[in-house]
Design a protein around this ligand. Sequence first.
Ligand code: PGA
Length: 256
Amino acid sequence: MRTKIIAGNWKMNLDYAQAMSLVDGIMQMTDDNMQTRIVLAPPFPYLALVEMQSKMRTNIFIAAQNCSDKAAGAYTGEVAVSMLRSIGVEGVIIGHSERRTIYKESDYVIADKVRRALENGIQPIFCCGESLEERNSGRHFDVVRSQVENGIFHAGGTEIADSIIAYEPVWAIGTGVNATAAQAQEMHKFIRTLVKEKYDEQVAGKIRIIYGGSVNSSNASELFDCEDVDGSLVGGASLKASEFASIIIAMEKKLS
Ligand code: PGA
């Protein structure tokens, strides 16, 4: 069975004290006997501190929210994947819709970021998802197909099998309107089929496809019942320890 993943994307929220108390809270409300892989994605300045704080836990992993598409050098303000690696970060969110829309990241820049992550042995959490207008006009499958093909299908089979794809419909992010379990399952299955067609059945069976967009403690359980939903990428609800822990526990219940 695929290891399940619950990832918290804190985005640009929390000061240092709040960040540390959130980690404390999550550590108190969860334990190492849980099978779910817990991923915390704090802002850059807290990465090393959160990594140190959670070091004794075997099921908590740290991810960055972004990285540079370049390896190193004169790129003021950028953060290289190798730097993340050197402080113990193990994953990186790439291609989040806020990066695509607000910072105009193209599929090609995103593809380079995925390349950098893979070169450095960091797990990409590759985000894709359609806008409301694209869904309403029936183009959601085409949009997700092209994001996935352009962004991550340059990876080798072993690399992609170990990667995470996060399906995050833009209309569900931060809106309180989550995709229904049926909508999530339909798209996750579609993505897994794309992986199978490009690579093979084994790779498709291994890749984790998680759902993001207004996941909370009330809707998590239903989403986690879906065969192809391997967890979630949680934004707003990851900022409260009790809420985030409830989502992790909802997943644990499916595994027991
Ligand atoms: P949300 O954000 O849970 O606040 O909708 C999800 C995300 O952007 O990853």
